[in-house]
Ligand binder design. Structure first.
Ligand code: PDD
Length: 282
């Protein structure tokens, strides 16, 4: 199946970029991950809006109009052999003919890349037990609201989790829970769903927004506010959300059980609401 690179559809093996590409040299670029169910891109407008916001945040103009991105995405989906997919989009500031931190002047053509892969879903057995996570200090920069490809702090945090036999690392900054290395985190205490607010220190997840909409429309008590590390440790439920993980319970945190040590009722209900919602809009 083909990949998309700078206006062309070609086999992955033929898709080449310059070693002077600023994505490669500086991590100077942005990305999106869009889930596809039954060959339909979920929340595509919201993902493309976040792509636009991130590009604006790094002072880049979008190389493609929204409708052109949609054409690329539909072509990749239809050329791929899987019904459920994950579409990856990346835009970098392109390749200059010299190395300089400042933007190329005059500007060079950006690099736009996209490809489809099969959606890796969580097995039912894993969902039934939940997963383990660790907490780590949040060492990222001050614009975590931008979905940029410079992901070294996230990479190191997730690797630390893997080496501890865990599925995710929860990032703590100034005593507050921000999010996971590649997910947003929700907490339940005494039946109330707690969600960290959207600030520059958290990625505004597309799944996060769906969860808030579902909580509000179905009468799930909800508080959007900062969550202290101490509250995280005393939680009845903790779950992670993302485009690929959907809603997944964290039942062990730093080796200690979360609440009962099993997925809790609020998260179970939310997972079901999420499935129902997906099935009605797809
Ligand atoms: N990660 N926070 C971070 C740091 C993330 O990297 C992600 C997504 C999320 C959840 O956002 P969304 O619900 O829009 O997927 C939160 C993607 C899946 C990734 O990097 O692969």
């Amino acid at each position: 199946d083909p990949v998309y690179l700078n206006g062309q559809y070609l086999p992955l093996a033929d898709a080449g970029i310059s070693p002077l590409d600023r994505g490669f040299l500086y991590g100077d670029g942005v990305y999106e991950v869009i889930p596809v169910y039954s060959r339909q891109a979920f929340r595509i407008d919201e993902h493309l809006q976040r792509l636009q916001a991130t590009l604006a945040g790094i002072h880049m103009t979008n190389p493609l109009a929204v409708d052109d991105w949609k054409t690329v995405i539909f072509k990749l989906i239809n050329a791929a052999p899987w019904d459920d997919q994950s579409i990856y989009l990346q835009v970098t500031r392109g390749a200059d003919n010299k190395r300089d931190h400042a933007f190329p002047s005059p500007p060079v053509a950006p690099t736009a890349f996209a490809f489809a892969s099969p959606l890796v879903t969580t097995p039912a057995e894993t969902r039934a037990t939940g997963v383990a996570a660790i907490t780590v200090p949040d060492l990222r920069w001050g614009r975590c609201d931008l979905k940029v490809i410079s992901l070294l702090a996230n990479v190191l945090a997730r690797q630390q989790a893997v080496e501890a036999g865990c599925a995710e690392a929860l990032l703590i900054r100034d005593g507050l829970l921000k999010e996971g290395a590649a997910s947003n985190i929700f907490v339940v205490k005494d039946g109330v769903l707690l969600a960290p607010p959207k600030t520059q220190l958290m990625l505004p997840g597309i799944t996060y927004d769906v969860i808030l909409e579902l909580a509000e429309s179905r009468g799930q008590p909800l508080e959007i506010r900062e969550i202290a590390e101490t509250e995280l440790r005393a939680a009845d439920e903790v779950w992670m959300t993302s485009s690929t993980k959907e809603v997944l319970a964290i039942t062990t945190l730093d080796g200690q059980p979360v609440g009962s040590g099993r997925p809790g009722p609020v998260g179970e209900r939310m997972w079901q609401w999420y499935q129902d919602f997906k099935n009605t809009v797809m």
